[in-house]
Design a protein around this ligand. Structure first.
Ligand SMILES: [Zn+2]
Ligand SMILES: [Zn+2]
Length: 270
């Protein structure tokens, strides 16, 4: 694909499929209600928790957001691929599509061009999610990677294959290994766009309205220290005060120690 500077358009044909996120949210509601009434084994809830951790923390917070989007560190290629696929299971779009939107958010935070701007939608964002528009120029680094282009083009095949595999094992595995964790991930992801701007306190007096929110940080493995993040977007850790617990940052440190992330590639500034 050839791209030129300032070339941007909306790609809604095969990228995000907003309906899949909404379907996961509805499916998770039905699944949780059914599980509570039916009284399933706590082992199934553990499966859901592990999968939520995989999609939300390993897939999005670490790989797609801090690693690929902000280049806070360099992962081993195999780690990047596996975690990009895990992220795609969370139904918030392809990593490339998500990054195109998120970089636009950082460039225009809380201004009219911001695709996350909560001002226009308020709490409806919890259901509708941000307005996804991909600026191809902003993701020209991603476009150079044939694997990411493939994952973007055939994004929906990944969660569908996962669901089929789980269905072969046990129909309940589809509910707890896919539908519930994906529905929760879509919801906490949408919640980030609301609570991360205008709900909480600030360590940095920035021009945007970003805020640190402890509840959001708890639900999203440290991603809720959003004012810290806007102040230092390329930092691998979002923790600045001792009590700002950042589990994703701790795991990044562990991944660097074990060689899954290239040693000495961790960035902390500016
Ligand atoms: Zn933000
Ligand atoms: Zn960011």
């Amino acid at each position: 694909m050839t791209i030129r500077a300032n070339e941007a358009w909306t790609d809604r044909r095969f990228t995000y499929r907003a309906w899949t996120g909404k379907a996961a949210q509805l499916g998770a509601l039905v699944g949780i209600a059914w599980a509570l009434v039916a009284g399933v084994s706590s082992l199934w809830w553990a499966v859901a928790a592990v999968m939520y951790f995989a999609m939300s923390c390993l897939g999005y917070a670490i790989c797609v957001h801090r690693g690929l989007c902000h280049r806070a560190f360099v992962m081993k290629p195999a780690v990047t691929r596996v975690l990009s696929i895990v992220a795609a299971l969370g139904l918030t779009g392809s990593p490339m599509g998500w990054i195109g939107t998120h970089r636009t958010h950082h460039a225009h935070a809380d201004r009219p061009e911001d695709p996350h701007a909560p001002g226009d939608h308020g709490w409806w964002l919890l259901w509708t999610g941000p307005d996804l528009e991909i600026d191809w120029w902003r993701i020209r680094d991603m476009l150079r990677d044939p694997f990411q282009r493939w994952l973007h083009r055939y994004y929906l095949l990944v969660p569908l294959t996962w669901a089929l595999l789980l269905a072969v094992i046990d129909p309940r595995a589809v509910v707890f290994g896919f539908v519930i964790p994906a529905g929760v991930h879509v919801t906490t992801s949408n919640l980030s766009t609301i609570l991360g701007h205008g709900h909480g306190y600030r360590n940095h007096d920035l021009r945007d309205g970003s805020t640190n929110n402890a509840l959001l940080a708890l639900l999203t493995w440290g991603e809720g220290w959003h004012n810290n993040h806007h102040a230092r977007p390329t930092s691998w850790s979002l923790r600045e005060r001792w009590w700002e617990f950042d589990p994703a940052g701790q795991i990044i440190r562990l991944m660097a120690a074990t060689g899954l992330i290239e040693r000495n590639s961790l960035r902390t500034a500016p």
